[in-house]
Design a binder for this molecule. Structure first.
Ligand code: BDR
Ligand code: CA
Length: 322
């Protein structure tokens, strides 16, 4: 099987960390590098968290690059209330010193696109690095195979305002720029589908009976997130948005949606809202695939079976957990 080459652009982040675990444990993918922008936490901190996730799957050979540290025009607003001061549930893991984190995330994206035939981007944070890379070298993006963006909300309320999802709200200018300047359609894996992906206490209890080391890490980083979900939304468990974007990239049948023209509101009361012109009012060419349906159980089986390799049979046979 030919592996698909991908760059993971992210802001780890609890669910970004889980997405890295899934990507690195997926035989269909060759992760060429991880680029980090500011979002859930400042980029420098996010990059450290990316290393931790890579260490968890013995993949520290994958390079981690820091990209943009501020949104295009807005001042950075992080989500440390949701993800913890350290971005991964306030466990304050010891810093991994080798390999070192590199600077120049935007140039890395451009160089990889220029030097490989078919590379895709799975973007799990604000679109700042991608916007900056397009601004710097639009031609490089002729080599882009596909781009998936976890972000936006179509027919569901936002998580930062009644209408705005976090990634597009943090840097609405970059998000809008990317939608308007790429010739490749963006697969918008928004809250309509990701909110259905809930890591429940049952699942956490279950994984602790599988691989102890991996389960401990997932349990630790999600604890704070679970408390946040209970306090804010009355949900038992936590919504893990980002790994769905990875799963969808690997297996298109996990989500369904439709093609549409999308743009993002840059300021005002609706700042960060993804405007999905599903009826075609604007008569603009479609620039996105907007996902609206998801087979959440299939996602969860896929996630668990890959991250807990070797336990596939137990995962398949357990009842009443997933
Ligand atoms: C998105 O915002 C972040 O907090 C998560 O990591 C995810 O990418 C969900 O709105
Ligand atoms: Ca994220």
């Amino acid at each position: 099987m030919e592996k698909r080459k991908v760059i993971i652009d992210c802001d780890p982040g609890i669910d970004d960390s889980l997405a890295i675990l899934l990507a690195v444990n997926s035989p269909e993918l060759e992760v060429l590098g991880i680029t980090v922008c500011s979002g859930n936490v400042p980029a420098k901190l996010g990059a450290k968290n990316a290393l931790k996730a890579l260490q968890m799957c013995s993949s520290l050979h994958i390079p981690v690059y820091i990209g943009e540290e501020e949104p295009l025009k807005r001042k950075l607003v992080t989500a440390q209330d949701t993800h913890g001061e350290d971005g991964v549930g306030e466990k304050f893991y010891e810093e991994i010193k080798t390999p070192s984190i590199k600077d120049g995330g935007v140039d890395f994206i451009i160089n990889i696109l220029k030097n490989h035939d078919k590379v895709s981007i799975i973007a799990l944070g604000p679109l700042t690095n991608i916007a900056k890379a397009i601004m710097k070298d639009k031609e490089a993006f002729n080599n882009l195979d596909e781009i998936i963006s976890m972000g936006g909300a179509y027919r569901i309320h936002g998580n930062c305002s009644p209408v705005a999802e976090f990634n597009y709200w943090v840097d609405p200018h970059s998000a809008d720029y990317v939608y308007k300047n790429l010739s490749t359609k963006i697969h918008m894996v928004g809250l309509d589908v990701t909110r259905k992906i809930v890591l429940t206490p049952n699942i956490i209890e279950f994984i602790n009976r599988l691989d102890e080391r991996m389960a401990k890490y997932i349990t630790e980083i999600t604890r704070f997130y679970i408390d946040f979900h209970w306090e804010q939304e009355g949900i038992i468990g936590c919504v893990i948005n980002d790994p769905l974007a990875v799963a969808y990239f690997i297996d298109r049948s996990i989500c369904k949606g439709f093609e549409s023209y999308v743009e993002v509101v840059e300021d005002g009361i609706a700042m960060g809202q993804s405007i999905v012109d599903s009826v075609g009012f604007y008569k603009n060419k479609t620039n996105a695939v907007v996902l609206t349906e998801v087979e959440e159980k299939r996602f969860m089986y896929m996630f668990l079976k890959r991250v807990f390799k070797g336990y596939e049979n137990v995962i398949d046979s357990v009842e009443g957990v997933i």
